[in-house]
Design a binder for this molecule. Structure first.
Ligand code: DUR
Ligand code: ZN
Length: 157
């Protein structure tokens, strides 16, 4: 009973932290956009990713003269985090300059997020500060993930 009560408190703290860190995370993604390297598309994107312990990693899109090598902001942030030992995330915020649309992650980035779990939040923002909040599992339903590689096979070679 004591443990149940403690878990309950932790859940509330978790919700509290997520609720109050959301504006900071969204603002951080807005600032991260300033470093966007996008001479070809001229479409700036910023991302801010918060890990389980509160550490924040930023990212921006990084384009290339060899067009198809360009990296999205979201993948830049996730790659930075993973390469520094973080694999568990609470949320990612994304910002662009589109006045009337929430910036939505591309399919590749959704799959990249999904690799690290489906139950974490994606904040898709507009420059006016408004945002849409969805879980990775809602952005990428019926997804394929790391566990699927371990599933029983009909035949093996
Ligand atoms: O969610 C998105 C959508 C687009 N882009 C980048 C890719 C490319 O550099 C530019 C135009 O597609 O925007 C991102 O970084 N994240
Ligand atoms: Zn992408």
């Amino acid at each position: 009973r004591h443990i149940r009560q403690q878990q309950h408190i932790y859940l509330h703290i978790y919700i509290f932290v997520l609720f109050f860190s959301s504006p900071i995370l969204r603002f951080t993604s807005w600032k991260a956009k300033e470093f966007a390297y996008c001479p070809y598309s001229k479409f700036r994107v910023g991302a801010a990713l918060v890990a389980h312990d509160g550490t924040v990693f930023t990212g921006c899109n990084v384009e290339n003269a060899c067009n198809n090598l360009g990296l999205c902001a979201e993948r830049t942030a996730i790659t930075k985090a993973v390469s520094e030992g973080y694999r568990s995330f609470k949320a990612i915020a994304i910002a662009s300059d589109m006045e009337e649309e929430f910036i939505s992650p591309c399919g590749g980035c959704r799959q990249f997020m999904r690799e690290f779990g489906v139950k974490w939040s994606v904040f898709m923002t507009k420059p006016d500060g408004s945002y849409m909040d969805m879980l990775v599992e809602d952005l990428l339903p019926v997804s394929f993930g790391p566990d699927d590689l371990k599933k029983k096979k009909a035949s093996s070679e």
